[in-house]
Design a protein around this ligand. Structure first.
Ligand code: KG4
Ligand code: ZN
Length: 403
């Protein structure tokens, strides 16, 4: 017997819906959609909560029809509704939760509220994505596709590095649904720092992918120069005149907290200094290098603190979650650090590594459906009965706590 779950996510600026079918044999994503509002908010340089809510409201019912049609499913065949309950922007959350509650009432279905960060973490439990077509088109495309066994096992304790636009946390999971926050940012989230640096440099919104792209450009040039140097050929000289160094905030502190606000300010001062000293053209040549050095500072701190925490708490798995986990350098350098730590004889516990499929790093509803499936499977009959009343009681919470 399979359980069909409809999930809704509207915590920020993506209207996302997903329908998955879970059975002991495995799980299939029947359809999913992420409708992004990036273009709308780009004009304002950040997400405007009321505009986001208006867009959610405008899009959510056509998108609901779209995923239901794509999944060839009717309301009678839905067993469970899941919705992001928080944290997030309250006007945005209100749209998703109101729709979910209304459907649960009208269709007489149980309803589960999911923590947004729990969703990001459970994107790692979706299983290996078998079908390459399982890609979210940012606008509107939902695809039928197969996701392998939902019960794909990751060994506990799991240390989750949650890095998104709203969160930077190290979360220790000793089992499913048990969360201990062992460190977090004291100011800006990692994604927020990427976004702010992109704004300082005027290179686009959202900032993470833009900064990463410029950084990669610099890296490629650097590699090319290195190859040319090794081959005794001429060295192409770009941006190598200036050395740019940014601090690694909190790295030497004996805790697992982060701070990215000072790093962002360091980028601002460096940029101002270079702008005063150089011509516009010469300054612009340095933008890829600034991005590279900034990204490297963030990645350095994230990787080193995570490895240290994994060793202290004897984690068996390191897991990445959230929008910033799309960052190629973070994914790669964490893998390399884990590899190195495995070779370290003082490290007793072998570490495995889990990263979400790239299509599931940003906000989506498949991660919410997956978390809900695990919760549902873990619930007793009485709890399942109570979930039938959640259409009356569930309230969105902008500051919902994970632990
Ligand atoms: O998880 P998410 O989609 O939304 C929140 O829950 O906040 O994360 C969005 C954040 C944004 O700050 C965005 O700039 C960042 O993730 N991001 C990246 C990359 N792709 C998205 N940051 C660094 N590198 C990327 N490739
Ligand atoms: Zn998110």
């Amino acid at each position: 017997m399979s359980t069909k779950i409809l999930a809704i996510e509207t915590s920020c600026d993506d209207t996302a819906l997903s329908i998955i079918s879970a059975s002991p044999k495995g799980t299939i994503c029947l359809s999913q959609v992420v409708s992004s509002q990036t273009e709308l908010h780009a004009e304002w340089g950040g997400v405007v909560p009321n505009l986001a809510a208006r867009e959610h409201q405008k899009n959510i019912f056509p998108l609901l029809k779209h995923v239901m049609d794509k999944a060839s499913i009717t309301p009678e065949n839905i067993d469970l509704i899941a919705v992001t309950q928080g944290p997030g922007l309250i006007p945005a959350l209100l749209v998703g939760t109101s729709v979910a509650k209304t459907l649960a009432y009208l269709w007489n279905k149980p309803l589960i509220g999911i923590h947004h960060v729990e969703g990001h973490i459970y994107a790692n439990f979706v299983g290996k994505i078998l079908n390459d077509e399982f890609r979210i088109s940012k606008r509107d495309d939902a695809q039928n596709s197969t996701v392998s066994n939902l019960n794909s096992q990751l060994s506990f304790p799991i240390l989750c590095l949650v890095v998104s636009g709203g969160h930077t946390q190290l979360v220790l999971m000793r089992d499913h649904f048990t969360y201990e926050i062992i460190g977090q940012t004291l100011d800006d989230a990692a994604g927020e720092a990427f976004d702010k640096v992109a704004r300082i440099l005027g290179i686009g919104y959202p900032g993470g992918p833009a900064v990463a792209q410029y950084a990669q450009k610099f890296q490629e040039t650097k590699n090319k120069n290195q190859t040319n140097f090794n081959n005794q050929k001429s060295i192409i000289k770009i941006n190598s005149k200036y050395e740019i160094n940014f601090p690694r905030p909190m790295l030497s502190k004996n805790n697992f907290d982060f701070s990215f606000s000072g790093l962002k300010t360091a980028v601002l001062y460096e940029t101002k200094k270079l702008q005063e000293k150089l011509s516009v053209a010469d300054y612009q040549l340095l933008i890829p290098q600034i991005c590279y050095e900034f990204q490297q500072a963030v990645v350095d701190v994230l990787v080193k603190k995570t490895i240290k925490a994994a060793q202290k708490y004897e984690a068996k798995t390191i897991l990445l979650a959230g929008g910033v986990s799309a960052n190629t350098e973070l994914r790669k350098q964490m893998a390399e650090a884990i590899e190195r730590s495995l070779g370290d004889p003082s490290n007793q516990s072998p570490l495995s590594y889990s990263i979400p499929d790239l299509s599931l790093t940003g906000d989506n509803a498949t991660m919410i459906a997956t978390a809900a499936t695990f919760r549902w499977q873990n619930m007793g009959e009485a709890q399942k009965e109570t979930a039938k009343n959640n259409w009356k009681t569930l309230v969105p919470n902008a500051n919902l706590k994970l632990a």
